[in-house]
Design a protein around this ligand. Structure first.
Ligand SMILES: Nc1nc2c(ncn2[C@@H]2O[C@H](COP(=O)(O)OP(=O)(O)OP(=O)(O)O)[C@@H](O)[C@H]2O)c(=O)[nH]1
Length: 434
């Protein structure tokens, strides 16, 4: 029988080890193996876990000493958990990921990698520090330098990772609730539910949970987890509407940015679809921005350097003038944004290749002039008028006159090569909106 696995994710200091220790103590009748991976302080955590169990480091408590799980994926993590399974008899595995690990590649190992046959991923559990999450995303404060850890290559915005860990998980444990008041806690819960509508949220202090709240939940579903993020749901629902694809030049009269909403969160449009925005609670709102027109690189970058206060998340594919091949994923989290080339616009391939790709994606929206190039961003905000954000984004698009110019002459800091990433941080010069 496959051994169930729980992956514990969460920012540095969120309380993963505290929760793990409690679980091991309370489930002492069960043989639980643990893989701990904690950048910079592997032994501290491993020692802490050992103090609560009879296990020893190097045996069932396995510390990955060579850095981060995500760097060693396919390598150390896979080999370690397969070796563990061959050597020891245990009924459950918990992997404590480093605070800077991305959950998706770790999950991938247990689904498609060598451990896939012997383990059965039960759930990805993300532990959230209620105080830090509130201050960073509800209040919009910059993360303290001390709260930031290194990421795997030193270039990933920490806040982006923090949100990704929330967006790709099956269960959220909101810890450190003793450090927030009731209203703050409720606001964080509402924001978590918007960012990740599919994952239940459990609130706690010092990881004080019974094992059955976290283990053997049966919540994991890889494709559901991939599709579950709030920003993705917002984008997919507008893409599925079928009315979003305006011709270039039509945008300002048109209806390209998703839905108009009334005060009660109801859509005004009369299209037959099941897209509903989550109810506005605690000032949290969701909007989508969609235009078949490129951003002006300087204006768009200036927007990202000075994002509107209250814009918690903006994510989606962007088309930046001068980058006609590069489909760039823009991922804004609080005050930091990552721009990464994650694909190539099909319209930039030869006609024959275009036909092949389009035959494989019959639903792909296609503009006569620009093909699949477009800007499509989900916006999640707190106490902010997202319509005003949409207007600011409109101003970042090329004007009709600029459309006619040579786009290669623009000052253009956007990345070009596949997987190339550029980080944009909000200016710290007192002139920002934040
Ligand atoms: N006030 C408060 N402190 C907590 C809570 N949970 C954990 N802590 C403390 O927060 C600190 C970090 O907790 P850990 O469990 O080590 O956090 P972690 O997520 O494992 O941290 P890393 O291993 O650095 O990623 C410790 O000093 C804990 O005692 C809580 O609910 N409230």
């Amino acid at each position: 029988m496959a051994v169930p696995v729980t992956i514990l994710c969460g920012a540095l200091g969120a309380g993963k080890t505290t929760l793990l220790s409690t679980l091991l103590e309370r489930a002492s009748d069960r043989e639980i193996a643990v893989v701990v991976n904690d950048v910079g302080s592997v032994n501290v955590d491993a020692d802490l876990v050992e103090a609560h169990t009879d296990l020893e480091t190097g045996e069932e408590v396995l510390a990955l000493e060579n850095g981060c799980i995500c760097c060693s994926l396919g390598g150390e993590l896979s080999r370690s958990v397969v070796r563990l399974w061959k050597r020891y008899d245990f009924e459950y595995l918990i992997v404590e990921a480093s605070g800077v690990g991305e959950p998706e590649p770790i999950a991938h190992q247990f689904v498609r990698g060598p451990p896939g046959g012997i383990y059965d991923l039960d759930a990805i559990v993300t532990v959230v520090n209620a105080r830090q999450f509130h201050d960073t995303f509800v209040d919009g404060d910059d993360l303290e330098p001390t709260q930031q850890g290194p990421d795997e290559d030193g270039t990933r915005p920490f806040a982006d990772l923090l949100l990704e860990q929330v967006e790709f998980c099956d269960l959220l444990v909101l810890n450190k609730c003793d450090l927030v008041d009731g209203a703050e806690r409720d606001a964080v819960v509402a924001l978590l539910e918007t960012l990740q509508p599919n994952a239940p949220v459990v609130t706690t202090e010092y990881g004080d949970l019974e094992p059955d709240a976290v283990l053997e939940t049966g919540l994991f579903d890889f494709s559901a987890a991939r599709a579950a993020a709030g920003w993705k749901q917002a984008i997919e629902s507008t893409a599925a509407d079928g009315h979003e694809h305006t011709k270039s030049g039509d945008e300002h009269e048109g209806h390209a940015h998703g839905h108009e909403q009334d005060d009660h969160g109801h859509d005004h449009d009369d299209h037959d679809h099941d897209h509903t925005h989550p109810p506005e609670r605690y000032g949290i709102t969701v909007e989508t921005f969609h235009r078949v027109r490129p951003f002006h690189p300087e204006r768009f970058l200036a927007f990202l350097e000075n994002p509107p206060a209250g814009l918690v998340r903006a994510k989606g594919l962007t088309w930046i003038a001068g980058r006609e091949r590069a489909a760039i994923t823009t991922s804004l989290a609080g005050t930091e944004t990552s721009l990464e080339v994650t694909g190539r616009w099909i319209a930039s391939f030869s006609e024959r290749q275009q036909e092949t790709y389009r035959a494989g994606q019959p639903d792909l929206a296609w503009d006569d002039q620009w093909g699949d190039r477009e800007n499509r961003l989900a916006l999640i905000g707190h106490d902010i008028d997202l319509e005003a954000v949409v207007e600011r984004l409109e101003e970042c698009l090329l004007t009709d006159a600029e459309l006619e110019t040579d786009w290669s002459t623009f000052e253009n800091p956007a990345p070009t090569a596949m997987n190339e990433r550029r980080i944009v941080s909000s200016r710290d010069d007192g002139e920002t909106n934040r």
